[in-house]
Design a binder for this molecule. Sequence first.
Ligand code: ARG
Length: 457
Amino acid sequence: MAKMWAGRTDGVTSKIADDFNSSISFDSRMYKEDITGSMAHAAMLASKNIITQAEADELINGLSGILEDLETGKLPIDPEAEDIHMFVESVLTERIGDTGKKLHTARSRNDQVALDLRLYLRSQMESFGEKLNTLEHVITDKAEEYKSVIMPGYTHLQRAQPITFGHHLMAYAQMFLRDIDRLKDTKRRMNVSPIGSCALAGTTYDTDRRFEAERLGFDSVGANSIDGVSDRDYALELLSDLSIIMMHLSRFSEEIVLWSSWEFKFIELSDEFTTGSSIMPQKKNPDMAELVRGKTGRVYGDLMALLTTLKGLPLAYNKDMQEDKESVFDAVDTVHICLDVFTGMLGGMKAIPENMRKAAGMGFINATDLADYLVGKGMPFREAYKISGRIVSECIKRGTVLEMLPLEEYKSYSGLFDEDLYEAIDMENCVNKRTSEGGTCTASVEKQIADVRKMLH
Ligand code: ARG
């Protein structure tokens, strides 16, 4: 069958070219945005007397019938259609006749593509915001539960200083808070209307771009028609935001994988979010966390794919840009499922405080506090650091820990040591003395939890 754009050519293309060119298999998910955009366009054309009000009503009624039939499944998407824009327009003309052919006045498909993608991604972003919000609630609830549970904090994956599990979890709360903020920031630049740019140069019709923008919930109208149809920054920005969300989920997943290993055994995941092995009967594998970590690479790939697609493109629209959708949709779908699964998995995660506490007792993570004790008695920090290091080394040799070394031994290193040193290196005290803003003491964790909860809705 001849294409709607037959004219310059007979519009008959080879099957293989058709299949290669078609985007309906992936852009049909924007049917709602396409139809809403067309409704606003029809209303604008009537408001400027480019078509009559009766014609606009006919177009809008026809479009709303199509929307309803697509939604209920009464109207199947035609896989032979070139894309969602052509599909909707051809069904409309089939249904309402010649008036349908007036819809595309003062508009281009380049306009539609740019508009639909912005609208679609805008609504996805709202849903990401909600999912991150839910995740934050799970994190703060867990942090509350474990606000006094002591574990080793790590640097270089070496035991470093005592912290609480609640404090550790709240670090992630801050990351996801920034993610929510980043999405809001991206939305500010995304929410600019491209519609009315037309093919690339604007139009000779007396259109009203602001009318359409307002109807579609945009904050403003793009200032340059060439940019309007060429810009995909908003998709790149969203892909960057999504990549960073995945990076955060992936780091968290990595820790969950480590913590649930027998080497750590700091946590236990629920049966619902773990799997077994086909051969090893003892296994309980953290597959969900591993998959989230794995899918992170895929979202980064989507960002790289679009950056690369765009890098050499001359202005304005080029067909290469059709490739934007599969990348961005893949990333959107991946992040949705990862947020859902991760949040469910985290909700069922239980800490094993005894094991965390045991690990905190080995590894000399109170050595900084020992040095600080000497500083408190008047010794310069560098000197105190050196002496504490030598004491740690002695303990390692003897197979003991700082808490068990007798006072006489301590005194042989410095006359400043006294009985109260044991209080200074007591693990609970080490944690609760870290009262600096944002520190690990329970009061600080409580404040962090309250502050984050206040910021959520
Ligand atoms: N399906 C196409 C896309 O997603 C629409 C193409 C529009 N424009 C054109 N002049 N061929 O990019």
